[in-house]
Design a protein around this ligand. Structure first.
Ligand SMILES: Nc1ncnc2c1ncn2[C@@H]1O[C@H](COP(=O)(O)OP(=O)(O)OP(=O)(O)O)[C@@H](O)[C@H]1O
Length: 231
């Protein structure tokens, strides 16, 4: 579903991402670990089409992002570290607006069901976003992904700043989306969460994907050791 071939991004003489080869299947959760500046956000931004590769290709559902930026966006949902929504609109109104941009027209009841599926308590559906916590905004981001029926979900440090319970709930929702066939690429600094939620984990260093592990083959402690040895 998400494929990078020989994907490289240079800024002047600096190589932010170096010959990345990666394929993430439908239903797979892939976590990218790595120190600040390792190239995780660059990878996500290339999949989103926010930046152009210097070399190589990136495709979603076998469609090239460079050649068909609009088409590939139909398949994608993106949750950045801080989900930016309209503070003066309610949860339902935000969801209505963003799903309409993707060409969907849902009833208020359907929109409310998506928010509940994303784990947002019903009392918050009619409240303005301005009063939401970070975790609640992340849930609206998840609801947008559900409403768009996204085949692929890109997440950039989605659990940073969430309390452990909110982070755990978030991981459970990611697992449900994956069970329904969504491919998920998640950049994170949370080694424990990566082990918990991902099927495979990649560790990046200075633009290179230097380790790739099946999470079933490693404990959280071993993963932490590997991370510390790698970066
Ligand atoms: N617009 C830009 N111009 C120049 N260099 C950039 C630009 N964007 C990113 N870089 C560089 O590319 C490298 C990779 O950055 P990237 O944001 O992908 O790292 P990251 O792994 O996401 O880090 P973090 O964990 O801090 O979010 C860094 O050295 C960064 O300084």
């Amino acid at each position: 579903m998400l494929t990078a071939k020989n994907l490289t991004k240079k800024y002047g003489n600096h190589t932010a991402l170096n010959h990345l080869d990666l394929h993430i299947e439908s239903g797979e959760i892939f976590a990218l670990l790595g120190q600040n500046g390792a190239g995780k956000t660059t990878t996500i931004n290339l999949f989103l089409g926010f930046i152009e590769p210097s070399e190589g290709t990136v495709s979603i559902n076998n469609i090239s992002v460079s050649d068909n930026a609009l088409e590939t966006k139909q398949y994608l949902a993106y949750i950045p570290e801080t989900v930016m929504l309209y503070p003066n609109l309610t949860g339902i109104e935000n969801l209505e607006f963003f799903s309409s941009l993707a060409g969907f027209s849902y009833s208020k009841k359907e929109l409310s069901t998506f928010l509940s599926k994303a784990g947002l308590q019903e009392t918050a559906h009619q409240q303005n976003l301005g009063g939401y916590s970070k975790g609640m905004r992340q849930k609206v981001g998840i609801a947008i992904a559900i409403a768009k029926n996204a085949k692929a979900l890109l997440l950039d440090e989605p659990t940073s700043g969430l309390d452990p319970k909110a982070s755990n709930e978030f991981s459970e929702i990611l697992k449900e989306l994956s069970a329904n066939g969504t491919a998920i690429l998640m950049a994170t600094h949370d080694i424990f969460r990566a082990k918990e939620v991902a099927h495979r984990i990649g560790i990046m260093k200075q633009g290179n994907l230097v380790s790739m592990i099946e999470s079933k083959d490693i404990s959280a402690n071993e993963l932490e050791q590997l991370y510390l040895q790698t970066v």
